[in-house]
Design a protein around this ligand. Structure first.
Ligand SMILES: [Zn+2]
Length: 291
């Protein structure tokens, strides 16, 4: 596990085992707020030891940026903590969480100790503020990667923890391309010092504009490529030809996972395009909103 100090009382952790997934902690004099947990139990436990033993504060709150396993399965290692999330996160964990945990228990013994722990406090619209020591955290909805996505702004430092709403390669298989584009644009206008992505490295102030542009261009490129492919006789073969570089991204992103995620993005978009195309042939193939 990698660890870095982002600003005063703000730390970042990154997995060296699973997909460069990240987590964070903001500490006050008495207690700390954790943002997401890591996918592998051993790494979440190492993060907990660092907070409790080296920073010498207990974890009072955990904020889950969204319901996906790689961000929430460590909740169970903080039995005294109150979990905060979007209300859709709680609903999705109820409907999908238990079955995926049971599947993981069978697949790999390292997940044996994982138990589903649902959010205790949830919110829907607007913002939720949480004060920890000298820092004000502002939680707000950033959907698109998944419907329940939230981001957490450390107001004093202009540091934004985005969960998977911002990634080295946008991923929309469980989300919505248009919603994610709106979210990314909104993040780009926030005047941030750092973006802490749900996977990958921290984006510094001078890199933010390029990262925003590149992600928006990628989403536009895959939408265009899938629209074109959907009109072909054999759309599956047509999307197989759309490589990640032609959409402005590199396959080395996310420890080499990027190519696979790119393929899944294309297949998910094509599925949507073909379903919508068959039921309502006169509408836009991707049902996208006109801006
Ligand atoms: Zn993730």
């Amino acid at each position: 596990m990698q660890r870095e100090r982002v600003s005063d009382n703000v730390y970042w952790f990154q997995s060296e085992i699973y997909a460069q997934v990240t987590a964070g902690v903001i500490t006050g004099p008495q207690w700390a707020v954790v943002i997401d947990t890591l996918a592998i139990p051993e790494e979440t436990l190492a993060m907990r030891s660092f907070i409790e033993e080296e920073l010498s504060v207990p974890v009072r709150y955990i904020i889950n940026s969204h319901y996906h396993a790689d961000h929430t399965w460590g909740n169970c290692f903080f039995p005294g903590a109150t979990i905060i999330a979007h209300s859709l996160c709680r609903n999705l964990m109820i409907s999908r969480g238990q079955s995926s945990i049971e599947a993981a228990h069978h697949q790999n013994p390292i997940f044996k100790q994982i138990k589903l722990v649902l959010p205790h406090i949830t919110f829907d619209d607007g913002e939720l503020s949480l004060r920890v020591g000298k820092k004000n955290l502002v939680l707000f909805s950033t959907p698109g990667h998944s419907p329940d996505g939230i981001s957490i702004l450390v107001e004093e430092d202009r540091v934004l923890f985005t969960g998977d709403a911002f990634l080295p390669l946008p991923y929309i298989v469980d989300g919505d391309l248009d919603e994610l584009s709106i979210t990314i644009k909104k993040i780009g206008k926030m005047g941030l010092e750092n973006i802490v992505q749900g996977h990958g490295d921290i984006i510094l102030r001078g890199e933010i504009d390029d990262a925003v542009r590149e992600n928006l261009a990628y989403l536009a490129a895959i939408r265009k490529a899938v629209r074109t492919a959907a009109r072909r006789k054999n759309p599956q073969d047509a999307i197989a030809m759309v490589d990640i570089e032609s959409c402005g991204k590199s396959r080395v992103y996310l420890g080499g996972l990027a190519e696979d995620l790119h393929r899944r993005n294309l297949r998910a978009l094509l599925r949507q395009a073909l379903e919508e195309g068959s039921s309502e042939p006169t509408t836009d193939l991707l049902g996208s909103k006109i801006e």
